[in-house]
Write a protein that binds this ligand. Structure first.
Ligand code: DAH
Length: 331
């Protein structure tokens, strides 16, 4: 009898069938349990031996079940782990090419262009003092032109720089002319709508040389060539304008790259897109940095504006949202 049971236990091939065998032998109505009920029919003299024999059998069966259970559990675990195994080589390991952010890409393109013309690349602090951000740029205190820039003020009269023009001042104060420099970087203004974000990037340019050596014609030539490099075959026009740090000053437009100058929504039906400001450096700026007998031109432009035009992006804010679906398009 016991041999038969042990065989059954041995043959159980799952925890479920092992449980069935256990119930069959040791359950309430199990065959071994049934033997125990015979106890009452056994003569007293044999009871002890019977009980001993019963207990031995029960112990053997129980032990066999436990052992088998351990084995089956290990097998089940192994099976489970096999199912859960992750084959990492099955994933799409094709390298996904990254891309430069359109702003960085545009910044690089502009920087490289001017570096090739022998301009140095200069930097300045993001938190500026009044002198560099305003005063030395011919924007004295209470000058109405300060209102053109929605300034973030910090403690002790410091400001978040509202433009990259202060780097002109810093560069002139640490070097002697001649100077050919650009200064790319973040600038900050209290403004937020479809065409303004509180932080954006500008590139400032400054060329200084001996008195009478730099003319508006030089400035115009460099700007026109630069804009052709960036936008291809466009018309370029200079419009008289005002900046405190340049005199004369101009705003520069290109013919609208969306409608070829015919007039559309993007150019407000004018056929022109404003892209930068520039001019001949004002004498007062040279005075502020103790430069004498020099002449120069300067220009400033917003990188995001260039990036939006080049990549035909409608909403400036989307350049700051890091939406991978947008960025993926520039690969
Ligand atoms: N700083 C000006 C701005 O933020 C841009 C600018 C205009 C810079 C004319 C210049 C310049 O150097 O000559 O709007």
């Amino acid at each position: 009898m016991i041999q038969e049971w042990l065989k059954k236990i041995e043959l159980a091939n799952s925890l479920g069938s092992l449980e069935d065998v256990r119930v069959e032998i040791l359950g309430k109505k199990g065959v071994l349990t049934a033997q125990f009920t015979k106890m009452k029919d056994i003569p007293n003299t044999q009871k002890k031996a019977f009980a001993q024999n019963f207990n031995e059998q029960k112990a053997k069966v129980s032990e066999a079940i436990e052992n088998k259970k351990t084995v089956l559990m290990a097998l089940a675990l192994e099976e489970h782990l096999k199912l859960e195994k992750i084959d990492v080589t099955k994933f799409n390991m094709q390298p996904q090419n990254g891309a430069f952010h359109p702003v960085i890409d545009t910044l690089d393109k502009i920087t490289t262009y001017f570096q090739n013309l022998n301009f140095s690349v200069e930097e300045g602090p993001l938190v500026e003092d009044d002198f560099h951000n305003f005063e030395a740029l011919n924007l004295p205190k209470y000058h109405p032109a300060r209102d053109m820039q929605d300034t973030f003020y910090c403690k002790d009269g410091a400001v978040l720089r509202t433009h990259t023009s202060p780097v002109q001042i810093r560069t002139m104060m640490k070097t002697k002319p001649p100077i050919r420099m650009i200064a790319p970087g973040n600038v900050f203004r209290k403004d937020f709508d479809i065409t303004h974000t509180p932080m954006f990037n500008q590139i400032e340019g400054l060329v200084v040389d001996k008195h009478n050596k730099i003319s508006f014609a030089n400035l115009k030539h460099v700007m026109v060539e630069f804009l052709h490099h960036m936008f291809g075959d466009v018309e370029v026009r200079f419009r008289p304008s005002f900046f405190p740090f340049t005199e004369p000053s101009a705003e520069v437009d290109i013919s609208c790259i969306f409608c070829n100058g015919k007039g559309c929504r993007v150019c407000s039906h004018t056929g022109w897109l404003e892209v930068l400001g520039c001019g001949i450096v004002d004498e007062n700026v040279f005075k502020a940095v103790n430069y004498e007998n020099v002449s120069g031109y300067a220009f400033g432009l917003g990188i995001e504006r260039f990036a939006m035009l080049i990549h035909k992006i409608g909403d400036l804010r989307s350049l700051f949202e890091s939406d991978i679906r947008l960025l993926g398009q520039f690969r």
